[in-house]
Design a protein around this ligand. Structure first.
Ligand code: ADP
Ligand code: ASP
Ligand code: MG
Length: 368
C-alpha cells in the first residue's frame, strides 16, 4: 500500500463525463489499497472565463476579490469529483483551502504555499479519498489566496511533500513531457525520464505541461513526479534527479514563448548605476524582466541595453522608459512587441560541441 497524490488538470476534469472517468482511475487505485489524495484544477477554460468576468466589471479588478472569484473554479470540480467517487461506492470527502487550511504568504493572485495542516486529512486517508482543490490557499489574515496560473501543479507537489506521499502523479491531456509541445510540433518526441533541472528550464521557458514553481519545489524536496495522461493508459514521463538518468541525447527539448517583447535603449552611458536606474522602476511596477543583453562598449563611454518583458507589460514598460529619457540621456528607444523566445535545453549539451551552430543553421534554412 502506498500513499499517492494524483493531480487532475483542467481538461481531465473538463466535463462531468471526464470527472466520472477520473473517479474510475481513482477507484482502481483504491481497489489495490492505495491511500489517495486527489488534487483538482478548475474545469478547462473556467479560470480564464472568471478573469474575463472580473475585467468586465473593472479592468484592474481588486486582487483580494479576484482571488475569491478565481478559487470558485476549483471548488466546483472538488465537490463534483467527491460526488462521482461516492457514486462508485468509494468513500470520499472534499476540503477547501480554508478548511484544511493551506497557509500561503505573498501577494494576492501570486501567493506561495508555506504550510498545510495534515492531521485531519491524513487520518481520513485510512478510510477514504481526500479531494483537495489546487491553486488556492488562505493567508495568515484569513483571506482566500491563489498561487498563480497553472498553480494546481504546485499544490500537488506541496501536498506530496507535506503528507510524505510515495508518489506525485500529474494527470493531464498529453501522455507525458515531450521534446516540445506535441500539440503544436508533431515531430516532438516523448521523454521517458527528465531531470528536475531540465524540466525546470523547459517549464520556465514556456513548456506549460508543468508549472515551473512546482518543478522547483519537487527538485528541492526530491519528490519524484510522474506526468501522465488521464485519457490514455500509457506510460508517462518521470521527473527525477539527474544522476538517475544516463544521457544518450544531447538535446532534451526545445521550449518557446510566443508572447514576449523587446526594448533597446541605444547609446546609454556606460557607467555603474545606469543599469540599476533602468531596472528599478520596472521592479517598482512589478514588471518581470526576462533576458538582458548589454554589449561591451566600443569607446568605453556609450553602450546599448536590450531587454525583454512579457508582451502584456510592453506598453507600461515603454512609458516607464520614456519617462527615464531625460535622466538617462539615451539616444533612441527601439522596440518590438512581437518577439518569441526559442530555448534549446539539455544537460547532454554541456560536453557536446556544435549545438549553437546546428540551431542557427536550422533557423537560417527557414529564413529566420
Ligand atoms: P493541465 O490543465 O492538465 O494542467 P496544461 O494545459 O497546463 O494541462 O498542460 C498541458 C499542455 O501543455 C499540453 O496540452 C501541451 O499542449 C502543453 N505543452 C507545452 N509544452 C509541452 C511539452 N514539452 N510536453 C508536453 N506538453 C507540452
Ligand atoms: N485553474 C488554475 C488555472 O487555470 C490553476 C490550474 O489549472 O492549475 O490557472
Ligand atoms: Mg497546467
Amino acid at each position: 500500500m502506498v500513499k499517492k497524490v494524483l493531480k487532475f488538470g483542467g481538461t481531465s476534469v473538463g466535463t462531468t463525463q471526464r470527472i466520472h472517468h477520473v473517479a474510475n482511475i481513482i477507484k482502481k487505485e483504491r481497489e489495490i489499497g492505495n491511500k489517495i489524495i486527489a488534487v483538482v484544477s478548475a474545469m478547462a477554460g473556467k479560470t480564464k472565463e472568471l478573469i474575463s468576468y472580473s475585467k468586465n466589471i473593472d479592468e484592474n479588478f481588486e486582487k483580494r476579490e479576484l482571488d475569491v472569484l478565481l478559487s470558485s473554479g476549483e471548488q466546483v470540480t472538488c465537490s463534483l469529483l467527491a460526488g462521482a467517487l461516492m457514486k462508485l461506492n468509494i468513500e470520499a470527502k472534499s476540503w477547501l483551502n480554508w478548511q484544511i487550511p493551506i497557509l500561503t504568504e505573498g501577494e494576492h493572485t501570486n501567493s506561495r504555499i508555506i504550510n498545510i495542516n495534515i492531521n485531519k486529512i491524513d487520518e481520513y486517508l485510512n478510510k477514504g479519498v481526500a479531494v483537495i482543490p489546487g491553486f488556492q490557499g488562505i493567508s495568515k489574515d484569513g483571506d482566500i489566496t491563489t498561487i498563480g496560473r497553472g498553480g494546481s501543479d504546485a499544490t500537488a507537489v506541496a501536498i506530496a511533500k507535506i503528507f510524505k506521499a510515495d508518489t506525485c502523479e500529474i494527470y493531464t491531456d498529453v501522455d507525458g513531457v515531450y521534446s516540445s509541445d506535441p500539440n503544436k510540433i508533431p515531430v516532438a518526441k516523448k521523454i521517458d525520464k527528465i531531470s528536475y533541472d531540465e524540466m525546470l528550464e523547459m517549464a520556465s521557458l514556456g513548456a506549460k505541461v508543468m508549472q515551473s514553481s512546482s518543478v522547483q519545489s519537487a527538485m528541492l524536496n526530491e519528490i519524484e513526479v510522474y506526468v501522465k495522461s488521464s485519457f490514455k493508459d500509457v506510460k508517462g514521463t518521470k521527473i527525477l534527479n539527474q544522476n538517475k538518468i544516463s544521457y544518450e541525447k544531447v538535446i532534451t527539448g526545445i521550449a518557446y514563448t510566443l508572447d514576449d517583447s523587446k526594448i533597446t535603449l541605444q547609446s546609454v552611458q556606460d557607467r555603474p548605476g545606469v543599469a540599476s536606474s533602468i531596472f528599478k522602476p520596472l521592479y517598482e511596477k512589478n514588471i518581470i524582466v526576462d533576458m538582458i543583453v548589454q554589449n561591451i562598449s566600443a569607446d568605453n563611454l556609450k553602450t546599448d541595453v536590450t531587454f525583454t518583458v512579457k508582451r502584456s507589460d510592453f506598453n507600461k514598460t515603454i512609458d516607464i522608459m520614456n519617462n527615464l529619457k531625460s535622466n538617462l540621456n539615451f539616444e533612441k528607444l527601439i522596440s518590438n512587441n512581437k518577439v518569441s523566445k526559442l530555448s534549446v535545453i539539455g544537460a547532454g549539451m554541456i560536453t557536446f560541441p556544435g549545438v549553437a551552430y546546428k540551431m542557427f543553421d536550422a533557423l537560417s534554412k527557414k529564413n529566420i
